[in-house]
Write a protein that binds this ligand. Structure first.
Ligand code: NAD
Length: 507
C-alpha cells in the first residue's frame, strides 16, 4: 500500500521521498501523532535483505576508508548544503511524524546542519599523537584509522538529528553506516536517505551503499546488533533497550555507544534569579511535550522559596493549558501531542502511582479529545511532593514534572543523584560557590548553570552516566568512538634494535 491518498500530507511526503512506492508495503503502518491518521505503510526488511545490506556496507567501507579525510569532509559539506535547502520541508516531516512543534522541527534540522559543519572541519583534524620513545632511533605514534560499518539505532523523539550526530562523524572518519530508525518514525529516515542519495549522485569518490536504511522494529534492530561485521552499534533509546543491546554487543566483543534515558533535575537555590529560572523550567518541562531525553523531570527547590516557585509555575501551566496546546503545525502551539496512546497511558499510570504521595497535582489528563479523538494530546502535569520517593525514579516519557523541597545544598545534590539515570542537570543560582559545588557533585554527563536541562549545542560531547549508558556523541572528541586507535612504533636505526624496558635477549 502506498501513502494514504486522501492524506493532506501526501504531497510533502512524496516530495521528500520520491521512491516511497518501492519502500511501501503492508508490514509497518505509520501514523502521525498530529491527528492519529495513517500517513504511510511500509515494507519491513527481511533477514536476508538485512544480511545483504550489511555485506554491501562492508564493501562500501573498504572503498570509503581509502578516500582522504578532507574529501570525505567535502561530502559532508555538501550534505549540510542539501539540508539547508530542504530544511523547511524536512522540519515539517519531523513535526508530522513525531509531533514536536514546527519550531523544534526546524531546530532539529538545524542541529543536522550544525553537526555537518562541525564534521567538515574535523575531517582535517583527526589528530593522533607522537609519543617520546624510551629507545634510541624509535618513533612512537598513536594513529586513528577508520573503524568499519557503523550501526545506528535511533529513537522516535529525535528522528533525524541523532542519525546526523553519528553519520556526519562516521563519514568523515571513513566509516559506512546502516541506520535502523524508530519504527514510529521511518519516513523521516527515508527522507534523509533520499537527500543524501541526491548528494551522492554527484560525488563519484563515494562508493555505493555508503549509507543504508533498515526498516523495522526491535527484531530487525537485533539482527544488526548481533552481526560481527558491524564493529560499532550506536543506539539511542530507552534504558530497557540499552540493557538488551549493550550485553549482546559485548557478547561478540563489539563496541557500543549507548545514549539512553534521563531523569533530569534542576536545583533552584534561594540565590536563583527566578526571571531566568522559570522560563528555563517551562521549556525543559513542557517543551517537546516532555519527550526529550533531557526534559526537566524534577525541580528541586529550596524550602524557603518553594511556594513562590510552585505558584509561578502553576500560573504558567494554567496559561499553557488554556492557550498553548494544539497541533504542532500551528505556529501558536507550544505543546503538541504525545507520540501515541501507549505514551498517554504511561503518563496516566505514572500520575495514578504518585497521587497518594502528592501534595498537589496541576494538569494531567487528556486534552483536545473532541477535536483529535485519535491523537494523544495531554495537559502537562506539575506534581508537588513533600519529598522525593522511588515513584519518580523511573523515566516517564511524558510531560510530568515533580517539584521537591530541600534544605541544604548537600541534601539537594543527594536528592538529585538518587535516581538511576545520569544525563542532564542544572542549577539556578547567582552564587558562584553554589554553582561550582553543583558542578563538582552532580553525577550527570551534562551540568548547566543558569540554563535548563534541555537544548544542548552540538559542539560539546553529548551523553550521560549510570543508566544513561556512558556514551558520548556529537562534538568535542566524540569522533574517536568511530575510529580504531592504533599504537605504532618504528625503528629507523641500523644497529641491533633495543628492547623495551632495557631487556637483553642475546641469541
Ligand atoms: P525505544 O527504546 O523504545 O526504541 C529506540 C530504538 O531502539 C528503536 O529504533 C527501536 O526499534 C530500537 N530497539 C528497541 N529494542 C531493541 C532491541 N532489543 N534490539 C535492537 N533495537 C531495539 O525508545 P523510544 O521510545 O523510541 O525513545 C524514547 C527513549 O529514548 C527515552 O528513554 C529517551 O530518554 C531516550 N533517548 C535518549 C537520548 C540520549 O541521547 N540519551 C536521545 C533521545 C531519546
Amino acid at each position: 500500500m502506498s501513502t494514504t491518498l486522501s492524506s493532506p500530507y501526501a504531497e510533502l511526503i512524496s516530495r521528500l521521498i520520491p521512491n516511497l512506492k518501492s519502500a511501501s508495503g503492508p508490514d509497518l503502518k505509520v501514523f502521525t501523532p498530529v491527528d492519529g491518521s495513517e500517513i504511510a505503510s511500509l515494507r519491513v526488511d527481511t533477514a536476508k535483505e538485512i544480511d545483504e545490506k550489511i555485506a554491501r556496507s562492508v564493501q562500501a567501507f573498504k572503498e570509503w576508508s581509502l578516500v582522504p579525510g578532507p574529501i570525505r569532509g567535502e561530502l559532508v559539506r555538501r550534505l549540510g548544503e542539501a539540508l539547508r535547502q530542504k530544511k523547511e520541508d524536512l522540519a515539517k516531516l519531523v513535526t508530522l511524524e513525531c509531533g514536536k512543534i514546527l519550531e523544534e522541527g526546524r531546530g532539529e534540522v538545524q542541529e543536522m546542519i550544525d553537526i555537518c559543519d562541525f564534521a567538515v572541519g574535523l575531517s582535517r583534524q583527526l589528530y593522533g599523537l607522537t609519543i617520546q620513545s624510551e629507545r634510541k632511533n624509535h618513533v612512537m605514534q598513536e594513529n586513528y584509522l577508520p573503524l568499519g560499518p557503523v550501526g545506528i539505532i535511533s529513537a522516535f523523539n529525535f528522528p533525524v538529528a541523532v542519525w546526523s550526530w553519528n553519520a556526519a562523524l562516521a563519514f568523515v572518519c571513513g566509516d559506512s553506516t546502516i541506520w535502523k530508525p524508530s519504527e514510529k518514525t521511518p519516513l523521516t529516515a527515508l527522507a534523509v536517505q533520499a537527500i543524501l542519495e541526491g548528494v551522492l549522485k554527484d560525488f563519484p569518490q563515494a562508493p555505493a551503499n555508503l549509507s543504508q536504511v533498515i526498516i523495522g522494529d526491535a527484531k530487525q534492530g537485533s539482527q544488526l546488533v548481533d552481526d560481527r561485521r558491524v564493529p560499532l552499534i550506536s543506539a539511542t533509546g530507552s534504558t530497557r533497550m540499552g540493557l538488551a543491546i549493550g550485553q549482546r554487543v559485548a557478547a561478540r566483543f563489539g563496541k557500543s555507544l549507548l545514549e539512553l534515558g534521563g531523569n533530569n533535575a534542576m536545583i533552584i537555590t534561594p540565590n536563583a534569579d527566578l526571571g531566568v529560572a522559570i522560563p528555563s523550567i517551562l521549556f525543559g518541562a513542557v517543551g517537546t511535550c516532555g519527550q526529550r531525553c533531557t526534559s526537566t523531570r524534577r525541580v528541586i527547590v529550596h524550602r524557603s522559596i518553594i511556594d513562590e516557585v510552585f505558584n509561578k509555575l502553576k500560573n504558567a501551566y494554567t496559561s499553557i493549558h488554556q492557550n498553548k496546546i494544539g497541533s504542532p503545525l500551528d505556529p501558536h502551539t507550544l505543546v503538541g501531542p504525545l507520540i501515541d496512546g501507549d505514551a498517554r497511558q504511561m503518563m496516566e499510570r505514572a500520575l495514578e502511582l504518585i497521587k497518594p504521595e502528592a501534595k498537589e497535582i496541576v494538569g494531567g489528563g487528556r486534552a483536545l479529545q473532541d477535536k483529535y479523538p485519535n491523537a494523544s494530546y495531554v495537559y502537562p502535569a506539575l506534581v508537588r511532593l513533600n519529598k522525593q520517593t522511588e515513584a519518580v525514579y523511573t523515566e516517564t516519557f511524558a510531560p510530568i514534572t515533580y517539584v521537591i523541597p530541600y534544605d541544604t545544598l548537600e541534601e539537594a545534590l543527594e536528592i538529585h543523584n538518587a535516581v538511576p539515570q545520569g544525563l542532564s542537570s542544572a542549577i539556578m543560582t547567582t552564587d558562584v560557590r553554589e554553582a561550582e559545588y553543583f558542578k563538582r557533585h552532580t553525577d550527570c554527563g551534562i551540568a548547566n548553570v543558569n540554563i535548563g536541562t534541555s537544548g544542548a549545542e552540538i559542539g560539546g560531547a553529548f551523553g550521560g552516566e549510570k543508566e544513561t549508558g556512558g556514551g558520548r556523541e556529537s562534538g568535542s572528541d566524540a569522533w574517536k568512538a568511530y575510529m580504531r586507535r592504533q599504537t605504532s612504533t618504528t625503528y629507523y636505526g641500523t644497529e641491533r634494535p633495543a628492547l623495551a624496558q632495557g631487556i637483553t635477549f642475546d641469541v
